[in-house]
Design a protein around this ligand. Structure first.
Ligand SMILES: [Zn+2]
Length: 93
């Protein structure tokens, strides 16, 4: 398909692109998004179906629930032989 940008002689071809969307203060990077990309100017087209999937993905990615206080991280380092980092349910001391 001929590029829709005025004066560009390029053609769109099927590619996978990296697409970024904003969610509040965060930027979400989505890799391997199917798109039509102009071979000359790089103009990107998404199908309506792809746009809908990106929007669903953006809504379903939860913001982080909480952050770990710094002092907890330090204590876990001290007791790293006894407390697993990967299991936050374990008591710290
Ligand atoms: Zn173009």
């Amino acid at each position: 398909m001929r590029c829709s940008i005025e004066g560009c002689p390029g053609e769109y071809e099927q590619r996978e692109v990296v697409h970024t969307v904003r969610q509040g203060n965060r930027i979400i990077v989505i890799d391997h998004v199917p798109a039509e990309v102009c071979t000359i100017c790089g103009d990107v087209l998404f199908t309506p179906d792809t746009v809908r999937k990106i929007e669903i993905l953006r809504r379903t990615i939860e913001p982080p629930m909480r952050t770990v206080p710094l002092k907890v991280v330090i204590m876990r380092r001290v007791y790293k032989n006894h407390v697993s980092f990967s299991n936050p349910q374990l008591p710290i001391a």
